[in-house]
Design a protein around this ligand. Structure first.
Ligand code: TYC
Length: 101
């Protein structure tokens, strides 16, 4: 029986680029209650109470705060879902997305 000769193969060099990441931003408004914003951050972004309060207060004081960073599709889904949670209750709560530099 013939020996099997295996020729070493070089794997082609594949260039993979990291997907661009997107920030989800929380935008302040004058109407949404603080506790509701905190609740949305906890439920939609799986944050603990203290972190959620901190993010809410930063948006409240500075106008906007980065909530989290995801790939574009996930960031847009999360921002839409969190904004909808406010809309369902009649609040103008707004989450936006923007690419990371
Ligand atoms: N500014 C709101 C208030 O005083 C609370 C709030 C905080 C609303 C952050 C939106 O992104 C926000 N009731």
């Amino acid at each position: 029986m013939q020996d099997t000769i295996t020729t070493p193969r070089l794997l082609p060099e594949v260039e993979v680029e990291r997907p661009r990441l997107y920030k989800v931003m929380l935008v302040n408004d004058d109407f949404t209650p603080r506790d509701f914003v905190t609740l949305v951050l906890k439920t939609e972004f799986r944050m603990g109470e203290e972190r959620a309060k901190g993010v809410m207060m930063t948006a409240h004081q500075r106008g906007v705060c980065v909530v989290a960073v995801y790939t574009q599709e996930i960031a847009e889904e999360k921002a839409t879902s969190a904004t909808d949670a406010g809309r369902k209750r009649g609040y103008p709560l707004l989450f936006t997305t923007e690419p990371e530099e």
